[in-house]
Write a protein that binds this ligand. Structure first.
Ligand code: HAM
Length: 401
């Protein structure tokens, strides 16, 4: 019998990897443009790290094992907790706020289905040093920016505040409270009736649809400030107090981004204000979010917005330096769709064609004096035919090659 792949894991073909690297690349460049710096933590940690603050739900699905020396270890089910561990031990002396990001795999022993895997990737960011509405606004604006740059359209940002429900449930035992919040997170509202709580009040909060005044009363000034910032940024969102997140460490404003076209696994991003400092005996103000990279890729595939990066290769030959600017314009267009290199060895056209042929280049673009009349010459090296294409049709022409 052939040895198969472990359930819930995937192999990625060169084509898959191209898509993944593209989406990752967009995320990376947006995060970095906002001043975030990349870090990485180990794939496994001492189990202890996750025991107190992650919550039962996460631990239930964690890969927990003993190493050869008998130590209890865990494959990271998420990255925020290790980042705070790293911060406490090594990064605390840096100027605050720290803006950090990571793109890495996580492990959860969940029942696999489309969009849900046992090994999946998160692209996450953490701001350490503040959890101000300004910080939360930056996070949500940045997440929105990523999705806009990927041209993904079907998403909805939902903002809540776990403090509201946690305060309402302050008399309830910690474990029971977590359970109740879990039910709310999963939309299991009927189950709430089984608990000795103010059901009507909780229901009115999680189905809240009132105006600003009421909102300020329920969620406080910070929530309104955040909403003002998002309005100014032109980011669309909905207030939804049933957003309580699946991890126990959240302590204030939270948000999720859903893509309703993805079905059950519609949550493509989640985050908020959290308190993990207590784990280490500090008061650490922090907030962050993580995209589910696999689900963002699924969204982009479903909406057919991933640019076709074809394997076809182009080369541009410039006859005269005086057309260099034109050549750059042409390269910019070609490189939207294909890989295109430029002749830089001062070769004559014959030698350059020989090189192109020997490298297996498909199309040879010649920018010569015909550009003055508005034409670009394209030679199909495989078919050995040549055509003069008017500049205004050039993009359409090469797109359809
Ligand atoms: P999370 O919501 O548990 O948050 O995970 C973040 C994202 O990972 C989810 O929105 C989802 O898209 C993706 N995800 C989760 N489980 C799976 C799975 N089994 N298969 C595929 N994708 C999955 C966190 O982990 C927090 N650490 C986020 C955060 C960062 N909060 C503050 N900073």
């Amino acid at each position: 019998m052939a040895i198969s792949r472990v359930k819930g894991t995937r192999d990625f073909s060169p084509e898959d990897m191209k898509k993944r690297r593209y989406v990752e690349g967009v995320m990376r460049s947006v995060f970095e443009s906002y001043g975030y710096e990349e870090i990485l933590t180990p794939t496994f940690e001492y189990l202890e790290l996750f025991l107190k603050k992650s919550g039962e739900e996460v631990l239930k699905h964690a890969y927990i094992f003993k190493d050869k020396s008998g130590k209890d270890l865990i494959l990271r089910p998420e990255v925020t907790t290790p980042v705070i561990r790293f911060y406490v031990s090594n990064l605390r002396n840096r100027p605050h706020p720290l803006r950090l990001y990571y793109i890495t795999n996580c492990f959860r022993y969940e029942e696999p289905q489309a969009g849900r895997y046992r090994e999946f990737w998160q692209a996450g960011v953490e701001i350490i040093g503040t959890n101000s509405p300004e910080a939360m606004a930056e996070l949500i604006i940045m997440a929105d920016d990523v999705l806009k740059r990927l041209n993904i359209k079907h998403y909805e940002i939902r903002i809540g505040n776990v403090e509201v429900l946690k305060n309402l449930l302050s008399d309830v035992d910690d474990r029971i409270r977590s359970k109740i919040l879990r039910h709310i997170d999963k939309g299991e509202i009927e189950k709430l009736k089984e608990y000795d709580i103010n059901y009507e009040k909780i229901l009115s909060i999680i189905t809240f649809s009132g105006g600003r005044n009421e909102l300020e009363e329920i969620a406080g000034k910070d929530m309104l400030l955040l909403m003002d910032y998002l309005d100014d940024a032109g980011v669309r969102y909905k207030v939804d107090f049933s957003i309580v997140r699946g991890l126990d460490y959240y302590s204030g404003i939270v948000f999720e981004i859903h893509n309703n076209k993805l079905g059950a696994q519609k949550q493509i991003c989640g985050g908020g204000v959290y308190s993990l400092g207590e784990l280490f005996g500090f008061d650490i103000k922090a907030c962050g979010f993580a995209f589910g990279l696999d689900r963002v890729i699924l969204s982009a595939e479903r909406e057919n917005v991933l640019p076709e990066v074809s394997e076809r290769r182009f080369m541009l030959f410039l006859f005269d330096k005086k057309y260099y600017k034109k050549a750059l314009e042409i390269l910019r267009i070609v490189r939207k769709y294909y890989k295109c290199e430029m002749e830089i060895m001062r070769k004559k056209i014959k030698k350059s064609l020989e090189y192109a042929n020997s490298k297996g280049i498909d199309f040879f673009i010649i920018v010569g004096e015909e550009i003055e009349k508005g034409y670009i010459t394209i030679k199909d090296l495989k078919r050995n035919v040549q055509e003069e294409v008017p500049i205004e049709n050039f993009e359409e022409y090469i797109k359809n090659l």
